[in-house]
Write a protein that binds this ligand. Structure first.
Ligand code: CP
Ligand code: NVA
Length: 313
């Protein structure tokens, strides 16, 4: 089984069925990994990982995951490669396609990733742009599925900045029929084009994707509370203005009281404790953030196997 697109750049690249397939394969690969069973679907292949932004989870989960699949990952960053010295993206794409079997890229501009994919003959995977973080959103829903057994009809409330995470989660929730409310203040709401695409998709799967300024109203009856940092990578200079605007948008004990008693709390990490989430909540019994972090490995292995393997998965 292969995915219908060569690349995974946006959540919109995946059909509803493909999202389910990724979850099935991730579950199988996770079981195999835990049991120590071989699953070298990418033996002899090479993945080039380009990082123009910092990373802990994405780098280690892709690198470890590709190695566990039998392949060889290569790490490139801006300062130690020609990527940061202005080599045209389309040249990098064509050169890497002559050497490797896949590219994972984390960068600022979403258009750079699209151009890379257009000129590369090998699969390109988005490891985060300013606009989207699809591998994280898929991992998040996989984690919710593990904890809640069904996704359809559940309610996810996203708290804070309507950033790349919010954008990818809106489309991901719409694809699996999960209701989502983005609790974000004016000026910090998710991308309007992605919001309207997600709403269209939600009509087909029978759920709703909404934006609500009133945090406590939004969080009522939530099955999942989710947050991310107030200032993303590249927005460091806006730290204080964002703190001012987003200061009330925090997952804390008071907010948990209006969610369902069995609600779970997710955060893509890294977290700024005392800002978007309190220390007691992230360390508390409802937090599943480390299961979520671990699942990056399993879900991305599924994505890479489905995009790059010549074998039947
Ligand atoms: N969640 C996530 O993508 O983490 P890193 O920035 O550490 O890769
Ligand atoms: N929104 C965050 C996510 C980090 C994983 C950022 O882009 O920095």
């Amino acid at each position: 089984m292969r995915l219908r697109h060569k690349d995974l750049i946006s959540m919109n690249d995946l059909s509803v069925g493909e999202v389910a397939t990724i979850f099935d394969v991730a579950k199988k690969l996770k079981q195999k990994q835990k049991k120590g069973e071989p699953h070298q679907y990418l033996k002899g292949k090479t993945l080039v990982m380009i990082f123009s932004k910092a990373s802990t989870r994405t780098r280690v989960s892709f690198e470890t995951g590709f190695f566990q699949l039998g392949g060889h990952p290569i790490y490139l960053n801006d300062s130690s490669s020609q990527v940061g010295r202005g080599e045209p993206v389309r040249d990098t794409a064509r050169v890497l396609s002559r050497f490797a079997d896949g590219i994972m890229i984390r960068t600022f501009s979403h258009d750079v990733v699209k151009e890379l994919a257009e000129f590369a003959s090998i699969p390109v995977i988005n490891g985060l742009t300013d606009l989207e973080h699809p591998c994280q959103a898929l991992t998040d829903l996989f984690t919710i599925l593990e904890h809640k057994e069904v996704l359809k009809g559940r309610k996810l409330v996203y708290v804070g900045d309507g950033n790349n995470m919010a954008n990818s989660l809106m489309v991901a929730c719409a694809k699996v029929g999960m209701n989502m409310v983005c609790a974000c203040p004016k000026g910090y709401q998710p991308d309007p084009v992605i919001l309207s695409e997600a709403c269209e998709e939600a009509k087909k799967t029978g759920c709703t994707i909404e934006v609500e300024e009133d945090l406590f109203k939004a969080a009522r009856g939530a099955d999942v509370l989710y947050t991310d940092v107030w200032a993303s990578m590249g927005q460091e200079g806006e730290q204080s203005i964002r703190k001012e605007a987003l200061g009330d948008y925090q997952i804390n004990k008071e907010l948990l009281k209006v969610a369902r008693p069995d609600a779970i709390v997710l955060h893509c990490l890294p977290a700024h404790r005392g800002e978007e989430i309190t220390d007691d909540v992230i360390e508390g019994p409802q937090s599943v953030v480390f299961d979520q972090a671990e699942n990056r490995l399993h879900v991305q292995k599924a994505i890479m196997a489905l995009l790059m393997s010549d074998e039947k998965i």
